[in-house]
Each structure stands twice: as C-alpha cells, then as structure tokens.
Design a protein around this ligand. Structure first.
Ligand SMILES: [Zn+2]
Ligand SMILES: [Zn+2]
Length: 436
C-alpha cells in the first residue's frame, strides 16, 4: 500500500515536472512573471509600509482566481482557493525590502526612497534580500495551481507577509486571528532564495534551517562611589565584566558540543566619567538556539549566572542583577523531517536528482516564519532556492569579485532561474501534498 502510494506520488511528480516546466517555459508565463519580477525589483517598499506591493499582489492573486483578503496584520494578504476535500496547505512569501541603496549595477536597479515608519527618516530602499523572488514566484505558483485545478484537491492558502526583516509581520498576522478567521492549515511551507546556493538547486535540511533568537537585557545595580575609594562602593563595571566572561561558559561548557547555541553580549553601557564608580550597568544580549531545550538551557543559565555573580559580589538580595527576556523572541524554524524527506524524493523525481542538496547552514540567523508553524504546531518545511549562477562562484574561487551577501548593496539574484525554481519547487511540494 505504502509503496503503491509512493509510486503514485512519484508518477504525479514526474508528470508534473514535464507539464510544470512546459507551462513555465511557454513565453506567456515566463514573460509575464519576468515583467512582474522587474516591477517588484524596481519598486521595493520598507517593512510595515509595503502598501503598493500588497495592492499589486492582491490584484494578481484575484486575477489567478483566488479569494483574497487584504489588510491582515497590517499589509498582509490571505488568498484562498477551495478545491474540494483534502488538506489545507499554506504557502508563505514575505514581501518587504530593506533600507539599502542599490549598487548592483543592474538595469532594473531600484532608485526608490521611502520614509521609514519607525525612524521617520527618508531612506533608499532595495530588495536586498530577494523577497521580490518570493512574491513573484508566489504569483507563478498561484497561476500554475489555478491552471491545474482538476489535478489536486484541498484548500490552498497563499500568504503574503509584511515586515519579515523586522521580525514583526508573522506575529502581527497571527495576532490578527489568522487561523480563527481562515482555518488552521495542515501544512505550512515557505522558501527563501539564497545567494549562497547555485541556481537550479533546492537546499533542504531535515533539521533547523534558521535559529531561534531571543534578546535579553541585564541591569546591574551597583553602589556608586569615588573612583579613588572603591571600597566604599560596588562596582557594576567589574561585576558586569565578570558576568560577560561567565556567560561564555554556557555554550563552551554546558551545552552539548553537537548542539549549536550563541550567547553574544552586543552592548555594555555604564558610567559617565573617569573617576566615578557608577551605580548601574546595562548589558544587551542576543541569544540563539535551534531547539526549545537549548533555548531553555541558555536563558535559565543567563539568569542563574547573572543573579549569582551578584551574590558573589556581595550585593544584597534586593539589589541582585535583573534579567529580562524580551517577548519579541522567535522560535527556531524546524523542518518536519518526514515531510522534508518526502519532498526531497518528489523534487528529485520531478526536477532531477542533482536538483536537491543538503548544505548545512553555517550561521545562526533567524526568521519569523515559525510564528506560523508553532503554537499550534503545524507540520512545516522551509527550503532554500539557489540564486547565484555557478559561473559567479567560479569567478570568486579564482580570486575574482566575491558573490555579494544578502542585505549588501551589491546583492544580485539571477531572477529567471530563481523564480522558475521557486515556482517549480513550490508546485511540486503542493502537488505532493494535494495531488489526486
Ligand atoms: Zn533579509
Ligand atoms: Zn529575507
């Protein structure tokens, strides 16, 4: 039974590959999606004020036959296509640009400026993270799934998210009663285009492609005194320094060496003058994890070390360091391993064995997608789509211009292969879950 099912899934995926590629290669669709990419790339908008982008997305999704609701959690959009019995699958695309002046040298480089709603400053804006690839691909997917409506059943939810770069948008949409209003999906999917992956490749991890992140503040109460009379005070700079060093033992000595974690003290402020012992120090930390267990170990460890180092310094119980964990934290993005394996098989069958890679993530960057996939837990997979041509990596390896990173003014994604792979990988994933 199982192998028959698998064979059917593969067969579906394989025929899909031929027809999906044919659809994508027809001049109409490629031309259409290319124009749309060009439009979005020239017209990026900052987090929280993606007004024109959202308007265009809503129009395109309606034209593709979806039932569209705008203004969800700000500029967010939910587009639904009900197509009989079957699972409800959500696919997310984030749409915000960044306050970066584009220096990519591309013909369609952005010259846009916008007033930042948070700082009030007028700043240049650029799609320097490739979210234009995500939204363009989402329209390609919408049109593709609409055209093959008789080949699948279930409910397809396409979600357009604002303010990913400020880690605000997913939470805002969720808090706008997302699941109560539109239904809780059985599956949640998303991809990010990656400048670190070769075009045509899909990079998928069975673990955690993005870290969880917390911000922590530690306030140290000292006793102020003359700098020449340290015995009269409690120096919060000395105590703060001891805390900073002791915190380094959490990852080095308490966390299993096979579990990744980061404790970075990014800011340490205290004092006003050479000869004054301050009565206060303030530490600001970023703390990264890839599992709830690691998160608990690190956050509890920070509290334990800070408070007890206060005791070591002889502070009274009501003056011990205060540790505050911000509510703004994000959980790690954790792929469901069974679903990741299932999609790997489907992608390899549809797009070729060499299309699927598993390159381990090196950094501990975070994403706000897990606000959609946790609380309640939803089976989810997040993958990466290659955005840099092989020739660019070869040029870099030969000592030439390095491949620019995300958020760089030089950031440059090859749009056609990225959008194409974005649509293909999404359609294959959706057909694997909803195909008849
Ligand atoms: Zn980014
Ligand atoms: Zn991004």
């Amino acid at each position: 039974m199982k192998s028959k099912l698998l064979a059917t899934t593969l067969a579906t995926a394989i025929c899909l590959s031929t027809s999906a590629v044919a659809d994508l290669q027809s001049n109409v669709v490629v031309g259409y999606v290319a124009n749309l990419f060009d439009h979005f790339h020239r017209n990026p908008e900052l987090s929280l004020v993606e007004n024109e982008t959202a308007e265009r997305m809503a129009k395109e999704l309606r034209a593709a036959g979806f039932d569209v609701t705008e203004g969800v959690g700000g500029t967010g959009i939910i587009a639904i296509m009900e197509n009989g019995d079957g699972p409800m699958v959500m696919m997310r695309a984030d749409m915000d640009g960044l306050p970066v002046e584009e220096k990519s040298g591309l013909d369609n480089a952005s010259t846009a400026t916008q007033t930042d709603p948070i700082t009030g400053n007028v700043v240049p804006v650029m799609h320097a993270c490739g979210h234009d690839v995500h939204i363009t691909s989402l329209i390609g997917t919408a049109r593709n799934m609409s055209a093959r409506k008789d080949e699948w059943s279930g409910t397809l939810m396409l979600l357009v998210q604002p303010a990913e770069e400020r880690v605000l948008g997913a939470r805002a949409m969720k808090e706008d009663n997302l699941w109560e209003r539109f239904g809780t999906p059985d599956y949640a999917l998303a991809f990010h285009v990656s400048s670190e992956v070769v075009t045509g490749k899909i990079n998928i991890s069975e673990g955690s492609p993005y870290a969880g992140a917390d911000t922590v503040d530690i306030i140290i109460h000292g006793v102020g005194a003359h700098g020449a009379a340290p015995h009269r005070g409690k120096d919060p700079i000395v105590l703060g320094s001891q805390i900073v060093l002791a915190l380094q033992t959490l990852v080095a000595r308490e966390l299993s060496p096979r579990d990744p974690g980061v404790v970075t003290v990014g800011s340490f402020h205290s004092g006003t003058k050479h000869n004054i012992i301050s009565d206060r120090a303030h530490l600001q930390l970023t703390v990264r994890n890839t599992s709830p267990e690691t998160r608990k170990l690190l956050l509890e460890g920070i509290e334990r070390i800070a408070v007890n180092m206060g005791r070591v310094a002889g502070l009274p119980e009501d003056k011990l360091p205060e540790v505050t964990v911000s509510k703004e934290g994000v959980p790690p993005t954790t792929n469901n391993p069974q679903l990741a394996r299932r999609l790997k098989v489907a992608w390899a069958a549809a797009l070729g064995d060499d299309a699927v890679v598993d390159i381990p993530t090196k950094g501990m960057g975070a994403e706000d997608f897990p606000f959609f996939s946790t609380d309640p837990d939803i089976t989810s997979v997040y993958w990466a789509v290659g955005g840099t041509p092989q020739a660019d990596f070869e040029r870099e390896a030969a000592g030439g211009t390095p491949v620019p990173s995300h958020h760089s003014p030089l950031f440059k994604i090859a749009p056609e292969p990225s959008v194409r792979r974005g649509v293909e990988s999404t359609v294959v994933a959706l057909m694997t879950l909803m195909g008849d």
